[in-house]
Design a protein around this ligand. Sequence first.
Ligand SMILES: Nc1ncnc2c1ncn2[C@@H]1O[C@H](COP(=O)(O)OP(=O)(O)OP(=O)(O)O)[C@@H](O)[C@H]1O
Ligand SMILES: [Mg+2]
Length: 259
Amino acid sequence: MSTHFKIEGLKAAIEGKEILKGINIEIKGGEIHAIMGPNGTGKSTLASAIMGHPKYEVTSGTALLNGEDVLEMEVDERARAGMFLAMQYPSEIAGVTNSDFLRSAINARREEGSEISLIKFIRQMEGKMKELEMNPEFAHRYLNEGFSGGEKKRNEILQMMMLDPKIVILDEIDSGLDIDALRIVADGVNSMRSEDRGFLIITHYQRLLNYITPDYVHVMMQGRIVKSGGPELAQRLEAEGYDWVKEELGIVDETVGQA
Ligand SMILES: Nc1ncnc2c1ncn2[C@@H]1O[C@H](COP(=O)(O)OP(=O)(O)OP(=O)(O)O)[C@@H](O)[C@H]1O
Ligand SMILES: [Mg+2]
């Protein structure tokens, strides 16, 4: 079934302060949407709110994945429904190996009794790690513990590939990647492009979008999508920065700090 994800009127607050002020995005299966925007404009908050981070209180709106509102679901249900987030700052979990974590995550999304076999899991993981040019020892390291910035990002892509999600949100997956790793990660994303998967890619740089061609580019300011366009919008932002957008829209302070 083709995937359809529609965020409508999403508002979210943290500690009583409204950060997201009404977000609307519609992602169809096969599409890649990029979100760009200056620092502190609500991009990561959007990702966290969609995934159900407990700190963010959704005050209104819906996020329908094939007709079902993920905002009404528990966090684990969202993952099971096919939502995936690669975080801007992936957490380290001491004592849990990367492969144990991945296998539990996969099995948590399956019915009891139809867990993935160990052999199949290992074969899959090894294959994906090879694609991502990861050293096999990373399977046995504790999750993200002591991983370099770029190693963490690559590991997030490994998780994405193994979990086969319907909606993939990547929050600054390109930050900290060297030039070769950027290409490897982009190849990983492109290999996952399909009619039943949609992508929301948060990035600051056109660089990533040279490798992953978005269908739509959205600019976020003041907790809202203030402008949308095609890949040419990202190119113009790269060349000219955000001042022209602010001028065009009469925005003085783009952050969510002001009312
Ligand atoms: N847990 C929190 N406590 C207090 N303020 C928060 C919290 N989370 C987010 N904010 C504030 O909300 C605003 C938006 O933050 P967010 O992380 O969504 O920005 P961003 O667009 O992802 O920025 P960047 O490009 O720098 O990653 C910021 O001003 C931030 O300080
Ligand atoms: Mg952010």
